[in-house]
Design a protein around this ligand. Structure first.
Ligand code: SF4
Length: 262
């Protein structure tokens, strides 16, 4: 729950709400949002989905920027993170710092399947043997369950992050989760994100200063060398580049889904 006034300088956009949230309507809206600021897009999103919208936080730099912007707006927005039980201690420390500094509360979302139970059902260290299945159980299913309680969500996806994100709209229809998805930072550069964090004196994950540009679960994240792609430290040595939260290819997980549900 957020309950702070919008600053006078943060003028709201006047786009009307469409009669229906179809993919075509959202694509057109995304084009119109291109000359709006991220704050204006967020204000529009919160105004039209008040009480029915959520920010998914990874505690990455983009999530920090968005949480800070939302913390200064009126409106009822759920801010949640997916706790796989395998996050770095530095990530939990950052959560605590952000809650204290921004005056917000992060909702913890997690699977009911403990790590011990996962080992019993699927074998030890599932992240080594089948990282797609591990992500599906520990991230994708809890996310789906949370999103099913909302009509829209906000992510920190940026177009320049990876080939799979190049065409991300500022707002779009999320076919997988069947709700509206806002990516207010889609057209931001990495430099803009870090400048915002510096300008607003925001805390960030200490691991970023130790060679970890992209941080997920500790078994699947390593530091990277100068010149390496910033996401090369995620699932290193595997073809996998996404945890599955933002892609549409989960058909192959039918058996895992059934097993996790039983
Ligand atoms: S990032 Fe690794 S440990 Fe975390 S849920 Fe995915 S496979 Fe499992």
């Amino acid at each position: 729950m957020l309950a702070r006034p919008i600053r006078p300088s943060q003028k709201q956009t006047s786009f009307d709400q469409p009669a229906q949230w179809t993919p075509a309507v959202l694509a057109e809206m995304s084009d119109r949002f291109e000359d709006q600021s991220a704050v204006q897009i967020l204000q529009w999103a919160v105004k039209h989905f008040d009480g029915e919208i959520a920010l998914a936080s990874s505690f990455g730099p983009q999530s920090i920027v968005l949480a800070h912007m939302l913390s200064q707006m009126d409106g009822d927005v759920t801010i949640f993170y997916i706790d796989t039980g395998l996050l770095f201690q530095e990530t939990y420390d950052l959560r605590d710092k952000l809650e204290a500094q921004l005056g917000i509360t992060y909702q913890r979302v997690a699977t009911d399947i403990s790590l011990g139970e996962q080992t019993q059902r699927f074998g030890p260290e599932l992240w080594k043997n089948d990282s797609n299945a591990c992500c599906y159980v520990r991230k994708v299913l809890p996310l789906r369950q949370t999103l099913s309680q909302h009509k829209a969500w906000i992510t920190g996806v940026r177009r320049e992050q990876s080939a799979t994100r190049t065409h991300a709209g500022l707002v779009e229809w999320d076919h997988t989760n069947q709700l509206v998805k806002f990516n207010p930072l889609a057209n931001w550069t990495k430099e803009q994100v870090w400048q915002y964090i510096a300008d607003n004196d925001l805390p960030y994950n200490e691991l970023h200063d130790k060679g970890y540009p992209s941080i997920g679960c500790w078994p699947c994240t390593r530091s990277v060398q100068a010149g390496e792609d910033e996401r090369s430290g995620r699932w290193a040595g595997k073809a996998k580049t996404e945890c599955g939260l933002h892609v549409r290819d989960n058909v192959q997980f039918g058996q895992i889904r059934e097993a996790a549900a039983n």
